[in-house]
Design a protein around this ligand. Structure first.
Ligand SMILES: [Fe+2]
Ligand SMILES: [Fe+2]
Length: 250
């Protein structure tokens, strides 16, 4: 983790009046994603100058999506803060993880990037569930809770970022504890744990990444609907439609 990036993000989040520990953690990660992308782009806009994630009246037009958008189209046109997940997937690939884990790392924070921040593990797992294996969506759902709990057996420590931000003694909410207790005894525990192992350290402003190394893995493991995401009448198609056009009035 880059210390300058962290301190800048922590300063922005601490002044935002966010009360819940989990919400503050999510806000901090979100802020770091933006700073990471701005660093990669050579930009130095302040948080106040930064355009909002979601469209608002009078804002510049969103870029036009293809009629049958693919996951890669969303990366190109809607997932503005992709550096963090690309770094995470790159680390998983460098460490020889299997293709499902690499995909899970690539997708693990998608909802944070253009839909919703709160409880992002659950939201993110749900939005991709119709299109990936059960193991991939399960791992993404539980990575959110597992981030708060060390696992010395694989060298995962409590995130330094959280120690600096909240102190070493803060307690995650009861539902996070419950999710952790459930996940740690599950057969896919290591899949979710693998996301956290490539997550906390994926905020390097000097690392250059792209979607290119992952297009084949997406092709093999993400069941792209022929109608396009948002048009396929899946239980989560509305989430993709909302990202295509978040400015619908109703
Ligand atoms: Fe996450
Ligand atoms: Fe993440």
């Amino acid at each position: 983790m880059d210390r300058r990036l962290f301190l800048k993000a922590a300063a922005a989040v601490s002044g935002a009046g966010i009360v819940g520990v989990n919400d503050r953690a999510e806000a901090l990660e979100h802020e770091m994603m933006h700073l990471l992308d701005e660093s990669a782009a050579g930009s130095s806009v302040t948080p106040a100058e930064r355009p909002p994630l979601r469209g608002a009246e009078g804002e510049d037009p969103l870029s036009v999506m293809p009629a049958k958008p693919t996951l890669l189209d969303f990366f190109e046109h809607r997932f503005g803060s992709a550096s963090h997940v690309l770094q995470s997937a790159t680390r998983a690939m460098e460490h020889g993880m299997d293709e499902e884990i690499i995909l899970a790392c690539l997708l693990h924070d998608l909802s944070v990037m253009n839909l919703i921040r709160a409880d992002h593990g659950w939201w993110c797992a749900q939005m991709i569930q119709p299109y990936v294996s059960e193991r991939v969506s399960w791992a993404i759902r539980y990575h959110q809770a597992l981030r708060f709990f060390p696992d010395p057996s694989v060298g995962y420590e409590y995130p330094e970022m959280y120690v600096r931000m909240f102190g070493a003694d803060h307690e995650p909410e009861p539902y996070i504890h419950a999710a952790y207790e459930y996940a740690r005894n599950h057969k896919w525990y290591m899949a979710a744990r693998s996301i956290t192992m490539h997550d906390d350290y994926s905020f390097d402003p000097d690392k250059k990444v792209s979607i290119e190394p992952f297009t084949d893995i997406v092709g093999r493991h993400f069941r792209q609907p022929k109608e396009g995401l948002g048009n396929d009448n899946s239980p989560t198609a509305h989430m993709w439609r909302t990202m295509i056009n978040p400015r619908r009035r109703l």
